[in-house]
Ligand binder design. Structure first.
Ligand code: DC
Length: 205
């Protein structure tokens, strides 16, 4: 069984996808971590994330960055990831990795932006997880404050709008709901309620 979980930044899809994977005893791949790994590798090697050739090269060696490196979660890494994600060559290099993961593991939950539309268009279940920009910014702001990062809600909201624009506006695999994806708006749901709602959709499918 392949479950595709897509949605914008800070919609809660990562936590949700992990919980779904545990519930259905499936492997889990955070595909955003792959783009972050490419961004981080570039920053560490002293390259500009806009350098397309260096970015494609980094994507081909994405396995060199452990996907549990805490630096993957840094804001600077997220920013670099968002830039390389618009690079068609990077996306092509990461596509096979993602498809192989789903195939080799005999089923998986993949979360990202283009899983239901590009990576696994034949996924058994597709969820498009979203929430209002204000709710997403509030969640991200609380997360950052808990990590000790000094920022303001306004700055986080502005950054989130910029990421949304880039994710949805890019020519290469823009973020959009697949026609056959189930929309799950978590604006008014806590994580337990979101997991329950997702499992109902999956069980029905
Ligand atoms: O979900 P995230 O913040 O970890 O993702 C990091 C960046 O990678 C974000 O700008 C969107 C991009 N991304 C993508 O383009 N396609 C995916 N399947 C996953 C993430």
């Amino acid at each position: 069984m392949i479950i595709a979980v897509d949605g914008p930044v800070a919609a809660g899809k990562g936590t949700l996808a992990r919980r779904i994977a545990v519930h259905y005893r499936l492997e889990y791949l955070d595909t955003g971590a792959l783009y972050r790994a490419v961004g981080l590798k570039l920053l560490r090697d002293g390259h500009d994330p806009h350098d397309e050739e260096a970015a494609v090269n980094a994507a081909r060696h994405v396995g060199e960055v452990p996907l549990d490196d805490p630096a993957l979660r840094d804001e600077a890494t997220g920013e670099a990831a968002s830039i390389v994600a618009a690079n068609q060559g990077v996306r092509a290099a990461l596509l096979q990795y993602q498809r192989d993961f789903a195939k080799i593991k005999g089923g998986a939950v993949l979360d990202g932006r283009d899983i239901g539309t590009v990576v696994c268009p034949n996924a058994d279940v597709k969820l498009f997880v979203t929430a209002s920009a204000e709710v997403r910014a509030r969640r991200r702001f609380d997360e950052l404050v808990a990590k000790g990062v000094e920022t303001t809600f306004e700055a986080v909201l502005e950054d989130l709008h910029a990421r949304d624009t880039r994710d949805m506006g890019r020519g290469a695999a823009p973020l959009k709901k697949a026609d056959d994806a189930h929309l799950l708006d978590t604006s008014k749901l806590d994580i337990e309620a979101a997991v329950t709602a997702a499992c109902m959709i999956i069980d029905a499918a």
